[in-house]
Write a protein that binds this ligand. Structure first.
Ligand SMILES: Cc1cc2nc3c(=O)[nH]c(=O)nc-3n(C[C@H](O)[C@H](O)[C@H](O)COP(=O)(O)O)c2cc1C
Length: 196
């Protein structure tokens, strides 16, 4: 099975990347094919609400000449989408928000003169995040947003791995966080092997 990781931290060796590392190791050992897109390294403009993407229901259809077609193709090609972001101001970082907006229109052909399908209906979504507050107070608003986003888009929201960053003077990773990341990979794999 294919997993597409949309990674959206500006810190390439930061906390979110550190949490992703054991997760990816474990996923690979469980037989997953992984494609990671580093959103901060890509040219990703915000959605301009022109609705060009609502005309042809079989393609992305966005006229903006940036790297979003690559994101669209990777997402459409995978079984599992992992949104991996630090929490900034109670939500995801800006390139991930741009991707969420571009996909909610580009994938969901709901907004044209004729209502069309969700092109990514039935795919599974998981969230991997790190935040300064306890996750219940740091990641809760983004989780709620993502849950509604998934319901609206006919995606299955699997759940979240969230870990707290206690400060820049405290090492982020420890044995427990690594264990949680590996267990998250196992839990997703089990869930997707026994679809409900
Ligand atoms: C600009 C900025 C905004 C932040 N906003 C929040 C926030 O709203 N809630 C929170 O819990 N942590 C917040 N944090 C802390 C980060 O989520 C945390 O340090 C995270 O682990 C950084 O991950 P990274 O190393 O992958 O970039 C913020 C950090 C920055 C730099």
């Amino acid at each position: 099975m294919k997993c597409c990781i949309l990674f959206a931290s500006p810190r390439k060796q930061g906390n979110t990347a550190a949490l992703l590392s054991p997760f990816c190791d474990e996923m690979k050992s469980l037989g997953w094919e992984i494609e990671t897109l580093d959103l901060f390294s890509m040219k990703l403009e915000p959605c301009l609400a022109c609705r060009s993407c609502q005309v042809d229901h079989s393609i992305f259809g966005c006229p903006q000449p940036d790297d979003m077609q690559q994101v669209f193709d990777a997402v459409l090609n995978c079984d599992l989408i992992v949104f991996a972001t630090p929490i900034y101001s109670w939500y995801c970082t800006p390139p991930m928000k741009a991707v969420l907006d571009r996909l909610v229109y580009g994938m969901n052909k709901f907004y044209g003169d004729v209502k069309g399908p969700s092109l990514w209906s039935g795919k599974t979504v998981a969230l991997i995040t790190t935040c300064g507050y306890r996750p219940e107070k740091g990641a809760d608003l983004f989780v709620e947003g993502l849950r509604r986003y998934c319901k609206h888009s006919q995606l299955k929201y699997f759940g979240m791995l969230a870990e707290r960053h206690l400060g820049y003077d405290v090492p982020f990773m420890d044995e427990n966080k690594e264990k949680n990341a590996r267990r998250f990979a196992h839990d997703i794999t089990e869930y997707m092997s026994n679809p409900q």
